[in-house]
Design a protein around this ligand. Structure first.
Ligand code: COA
Ligand code: AMP
Length: 629
């Protein structure tokens, strides 16, 4: 069957489609039906089934004879380390670590926060939680203590698993002081922590609260898999919304397994036993789905890469990893390719390696600009697939399903909707727009298995954020269009979310930090176009009356404040002081207009603007920063 037939087979009978897909999973209690739609708009998948994700990711492969196959390759150019762990070794590590957590009182349904860099133990910790039915919440290492504290208070974990440090080019980031700071800041206190001591920076331990990873694991009896209900949560992953309070995306366990397994062949076109590499981080959804769970549930080999596309040690690192580990299918963010292209425009490093193993490149996380796609196609000579998804969905909404059929590529389009997703373009009034017209991208409910079931302890927020604007639909927060051939185009976010180097960030959260500075009366943060990172945050500050300190001093202070409060990953380095902000007559800040002025793109004077003259002031402030050309 080609793509059209597969998509139609889902449309004609979604229940059969998803029941058939569920056959790829080992259930301890088989689900009798796929969708439970008895309580719309809250849908549940495989709700009467039971299975364990860790069993499906490890035990079953060992039982079926894949025990000696490499499950995880750890390749760390930043430390010079490499390790290979077979499925049998992973099972041993995970079941003993799960046993250690159980012995310390972690039970099914308890939350466990994981704050770890790209080391195999991060995946061991995730799977150990899954094994005993605990719900993990991984927090990205580039977030500051305050962001970690916000997540601790929301997820209320019984335990936190962390490493002593992460390593960025040129600096070792000690995690333990950040963790201690976060626990201090948080209202909720975990009962204990488990710390993986890394030699680059050993952590000081608090007697009675902090336990050494090696010691607890060595002393533990292996734990068995606990059956988990299909609709029960596997993990919570926080992602940026419009405010400083991140959204706790809840991932139900059954649908997650079914959907990820389906994508490994149908989208990524890998077979069990082959090597799949997602160069992302376990702190992001890509890392959850395609470093940890997807490849392992499928029986493939995954790579944990602790390094950067450039500088560790050079722009050939990716090619070295691909050729050395015989990667078949590779996934990264466009920004990584832009970084490589900038350093090695003629692909001199590409030529040094035998990349004959590589059959496809997948890009996601942000818009893939045509220049980057064409460069990648020319350098690698394999299909380059832009695919579109979100933390909320957990896997691609639109893609070129290479395992079904390689569809013709259209530059600027992540190709076509995947089965399960009825994607439509809606106007402000909620009506469907014809082909070629730009509107809000919405997905007809129910969302397919594996997508978010709700926001953690915030069902009302879930409904308000995603389901209320267009009744009967999930609002993606992206705007775009569908052409006559059914190809999707993702143009922009409709909310205050920006995308910096493939990292999803909230301008609203940054505004909250800026506003907390005593000299700032009012502020706005926008995302301006950047050649390397796609977008960069830029802050406008209006000062409190009477403040006459040098502007540069205040700017430096707010930059430091965002780094302290949100973290280095926010990449907030640009801010300027202005007299006033452009607003509508009802007082809404015209951020979109400011973005157009900054980027030099076409814009119309908003009919509702209060005082158009302010835009001239904004334009000259932007020019001073090198924008608005
Ligand atoms: N822990 C601590 N700090 C981190 C971090 C982590 N895990 N990840 C990033 N940071 C820091 C960086 O060191 C940098 O700090 P600096 O301001 O002191 O330089 C800051 O956060 C911004 O990081 P980043 O935006 O990643 O920029 P960079 O200049 O370090 O690297 C790229 C640029 C393009 C090479 C890099 O962004 C990259 O590899 N991007 C790919 C992104 C990706 O894979 N996204 C996942 C979605 S699929
Ligand atoms: P995240 O939740 O971090 O995965 O970010 C999701 C958002 O990133 C989407 O809502 C889009 O705005 C953007 N995004 C992800 N993939 C793509 C893509 N292929 N093309 C355009 N935008 C994308």
């Amino acid at each position: 069957m080609g793509y059209k037939e597969v998509y139609k087979s889902w449309q004609d009978d979604p229940e059969s489609f998803w029941m058939q897909a569920a056959g790829a999973i080992n259930w301890t209690k088989k689900p009798t039906k796929a969708l439970d739609d008895s309580n719309p708009p809250m849908y549940r998948w495989y709700a009467d089934g039971e299975a364990n994700t860790c069993y499906n990711a490890l035990d079953r492969h060992v039982e079926s004879g894949r025990g000696d196959q490499v499950a995880v390759i750890y390749d760390s150019p930043i430390t010079g380390a490499q390790r290979k762990l077979t499925y049998a070794e992973m099972l041993d590590q995970v079941s003993r670590f799960a046993g250690a957590l159980s012995a310390k009182g972690i039970e099914k349904g308890d939350r466990v926060v994981i704050y770890m860099p790209m080391v195999p133990e991060a995946v061991v910790a995730m799977l150990a939680c899954a094994r005993i039915g605990a719900v993990h919440s991984v927090v990205f290492g580039g977030f500051a203590a305050n962001e970690l504290a916000v997540r601790i208070d929301d997820a209320t974990p019984k335990a936190i698993i962390a490493a002593s440090c992460g390593i960025e080019p040129g600096r070792v980031i000690e995690y333990k002081p950040l963790l201690d700071g976060a626990i201090e800041l948080a209202k909720h206190k975990p009962e204990f922590t488990v710390i993986l001591q890394r030699e680059q920076a050993r952590a000081d331990m608090t007697e009675g609260r902090d336990f050494d990873w090696q010691e607890v694991q060595a002393a533990a009896d292996p734990a068995e898999c606990v059956p988990v209900g299909g609709a029960d949560p596997l993990y919570i992953l926080y992602t940026s919304g419009t405010t400083g309070q991140p959204k706790g995306v809840v991932r139900p366990s059954g649908g997650h397994m079914v959907a990820l397994h389906w994508t490994m062949k149908n989208i990524y076109n890998v077979e069990p036993g082959e090597v799949f590499w997602a160069a992302s981080d376990v702190g992001w959804v890509v890392g959850h789905s395609y470093i940890a769970y997807g490849p392992l549930i499928y029986g493939a080999t995954t790579i944990l890469f602790e390094g950067k596309p450039v500088g560790t040690p050079d722009a050939g690192t990716f090619w070295r990893v691909i050729s050395e580990h015989r990667v078949k299918s590779f996934f990264t963010a466009p920004t990584a390719f832009r970084a490589i292209k900038r350093e090695d425009p003629n692909g001199e490093f590409v030529k040094k390696y035998d990349l004959s193993c590589l059959k496809a490149l997948f890009l996601a996380g942000e818009r893939a600009d045509p220049d980057t796609i064409v460069w990648a196609q020319e350098q690698l000579g394999v299909p380059v697939v832009d695919h579109w998804w979100q933390t909320e969905t957990g896997y691609a909404i639109a893609a070129n399903p290479l395992g079904i059929e390689e569809l013709p590529t259209k530059l600027g389009s992540p190709t076509v909707p995947m089965p399960g997703y009825d994607v439509q373009i809606l106007g402000d009034d909620g009506h469907r727009l014809p082909a070629g017209e730009l509107g809000a991208i919405a997905i007809k409910l129910p969302l397919p298995p594996g997508t978010l079931s709700t926001l953690w302890q915030a069902e009302e927020r879930y409904k308000k954020a995603y389901l209320e604007t267009f009744p009967g639909y999930y609002e993606t927060g992206d705007a775009g269009m569908i052409d006559e051939d059914g190809y999707l185009y993702i143009m922009a976010r409709t909310d205050d979310v920006i995308n910096v180097a493939g990292h999803r960030l909230s301008t609203g959260a940054m505004e909250e930090v800026l506003a907390s500075h005593p000299d700032v009366a009012e502020c706005a943060v926008i995302g301006v176009a950047d050649e390397l990172k796609g977008q960069l945050p830029l802050g406008f500050l209006c000062l409190t009356a009477g403040v006459n300190r040098p502007h540069a001093e205040i700017v430096a202070e707010v930059v430091k404040l965002v780094r302290q409060q949100i973290g280095p990953v926010a990449a907030f380095k640009l801010a300027t002081v202005v007299e006033r902000l452009p607003k509508t007559r009802s007082g809404k800040i015209l951020r979109g207009t400011m973005v157009h002025i900054a980027n030099g793109t076409e814009w119309k004077m908003p009919a509702t603007i209060d005082d158009p003259a302010i835009l001239d002031e904004i334009a000259s402030a932007l020019k001073e920063l090198g924008f608005a050309k």
